[in-house]
Design a protein around this ligand. Structure first.
Ligand code: FAD
Length: 514
């Protein structure tokens, strides 16, 4: 039996190191003959000495047409010369070469050949022949290119999208992102997806996991991104989970799946700001109208209150005169006084009828934090003008049921009182603290100012109509707190004024949650 010499990937194995030395040479010949690979054996100059039927089928050449010809008969000149040079440099060093060549069939059509050339080395260590094995990989290449092209197209579409798109693996590491997401990193710092996901988890609670396992995902969830010292940003986030087949060899027969999360992030800060501005403007308009009506009520009530006293005195005078013994002169005098009294009371009734009634606002759910924040925004110009530092400490509050405009009027009055107090004080410290707190039965709002505070003896008096602690000459007749108390009582709540820990005044309002 002839000795067969083999080359490994790294070099010559030598005689006798064949994987199956007991197999007859005829079996090797038949195996090559029947192989599904295009196999050729050439001399050292690449002249074809043998080719198997698959070679003939792939190239289109019959055996007798091609035997004796150089393998270069298959070459199509788009393959760069460097490729052939590398091929030859490798095989001349008795090393196998593997690569891709563009081949031309007998009919002129081209195909992509994945070729392995193995030098066959004789016992003297000389390359006597070459073994060429190739297969047509045109279709595989076409499909690969198609996938690559589609990937490129998808990537450019994703990159051009006006929203940030990011794909996260199971450990929430970013595996793919687009230009908009990269822009977000630049603006918000590293990995905004992690921060947004944490906020989404907090917001969605168990719905987050349900969205994942149901396969439905979530859409358009608004998330706030607030970092100290930076402008608050708002994002609308949508999440979808995508299953991917594991491409590793282990998973070939036992498919394993990996899950990725596709997170689409849309910056809605501008929209939110616009909505906020619209809301604050609407609140401003409603409160201005409320204040106009309240002002009218106060003026008319004040006038009635003022007029009532002389009329009472007049009535008392009539009664006194009526009791005098000599009647004639008294009768005439009483008659005219009574006439004056009747017409005066008529005037009072007319005035009372002119007092506008409080509009009957419907009770609905109220987000106190949002309302207070809107009021702060509304009062920002005044706060800035007075150089007041605001500390806003909202707690997580449940919605309460109430009359939103009335409540807005109440808290606006408290905040304006605080601003007025700070304005009037000559202190360097100009601070206003607005805080909310929740209790199972109550929600509490605290307004503290660094103004002069309210003396103990005025703590209850300030809630009386027409009582004011503010300087004369101001257009404030002291109805603010009495009206505020009316609103609080109307909501079943409590209001009290005490001294703030650092001086100043603290207004505390408690409203029931149910
Ligand atoms: P060539 O002038 O033949 O070769 C280009 C360069 O290759 C030369 O400049 C030179 O640097 C080097 N070169 C060529 N022949 C030799 C040599 N005998 N010794 C040293 N250096 C040399 N080519 C295909 O296109 N398709 C195939 O399927 C294919 N199968 C092959 C199978 C085997 C077993 C072998 C040994 C070679 C095969 N070749 C194949 C390579 C082929 O022999 C040619 O080198 C190639 O086709 C380029 O031919 P060419 O006429 O364009 O240029």
């Amino acid at each position: 039996m002839k000795k067969v010499h083999f080359m490994s990937e790294t070099g010559y194995l030598g005689p006798g190191r064949a994987p199956a030395p007991d197999i007859p040479a005829e079996v090797f010949r038949l195996a090559v003959e029947q192989a599904a690979l295009a196999i050729s054996i050439t001399d050292a100059k690449a002249r074809i000495l043998y080719c198997n039927p698959t070679f003939q089928r792939v190239t289109g050449y019959a055996g007798d047409e091609i035997l004796g010809q150089n393998e270069s008969v298959l070459s199509y000149k788009v393959t760069p010369m460097l490729v052939y040079e590398t091929l030859w440099a490798q095989i001349l060093r008795q090393r196998p070469w593997n690569g891709l060549l563009v081949n031309r069939r007998k009919d002129g059509s081209r195909y992509l050949a994945e070729l392995t050339i193995t030098p066959v080395v004789d016992a003297a260590g000389k390359t006597s022949h070459y073994l060429g094995m190739h297969r047509d990989v045109t279709e595989v290449h076409r499909l690969e290119r198609q996938v690559q092209n589609q990937k490129t197209q998808i990537e450019s579409v994703v990159d051009a999208a006006p929203v940030a798109i990011v794909m996260l693996d199971e450990r929430e590491r970013v595996v793919l992102d687009n230009q908009e997401y990269k822009k977000l990193i630049g603006e918000l710092g590293p990995e905004p997806a992690a921060t947004l996901l944490a906020a989404l988890r907090a917001d969605l609670g168990e719905l987050f996991e349900r969205a994942r396992y149901s396969g439905r995902g979530f859409a358009g969830r608004e998330v706030r991104h607030a970092v100290d010292g930076r402008k608050t940003r708002w994002f609308a986030c949508s999440g979808t989970w995508i299953d991917e087949q594991d491409g590793s060899a282990d998973a070939f027969y036992e498919p394993a799946r990996r899950q990725y999360m596709l997170l689409v992030i849309q910056d809605i800060t501008a929209l939110k700001e616009q909505q906020e501005a619209i809301r604050v403007n609407a609140l401003r308009a409603v409160l201005a109208e409320q204040e106009r009506i309240q002002g009218l009520r106060e003026t008319l009530s004040g006038a009635i209150f003022q007029l009532q006293t002389p009329f009472n005195m007049l009535a008392a005078a009539v009664r006194m005169i009526e009791r005098q013994p000599d009647g004639t002169m008294a009768e005439a005098f009483t008659a005219s006084l009574e006439e004056a009294l009747v017409s005066g009371n008529r005037t009072l009734d007319t005035l009372r009828a002119c007092v506008p009634s409080q509009s009957d606002e419907t009770i609905g759910p109220v987000d106190l934090n949002a309302l207070l924040k809107d009021l702060l925004r509304l009062l920002t110009p005044r706060l800035l003008a007075d150089g007041i530092t605001v500390t806003w400490q909202p707690a997580d509050l449940p919605l309460i049921s109430g009359r939103p405009t009335r409540l807005a009027t109440l808290f606006k009055a408290l905040l304006e009182n605080a601003i007025d107090a700070i304005h009037e004080s000559r202190e360097d410290r100009r601070e206003l603290r607005l805080a909310t707190q929740a209790d199972p039965d109550w929600v509490e709002v605290v307004v503290e100012d660094s103004g002069p505070g309210i003396p103990e003896e005025w703590r209850y008096k300030v809630f009386e109509p027409f009582f004011t602690t503010k300087g004369a000459g101001r257009q404030h007749i002291g109805m603010g707190l009495s009206a505020a108390q009316e609103v609080v009582i109307g909501h079943g709540g409590l209001i009290e004024l005490t001294s703030a820990p650092d001086g100043g005044c603290r207004a505390r309002v408690q409203l029931p949650t149910t």
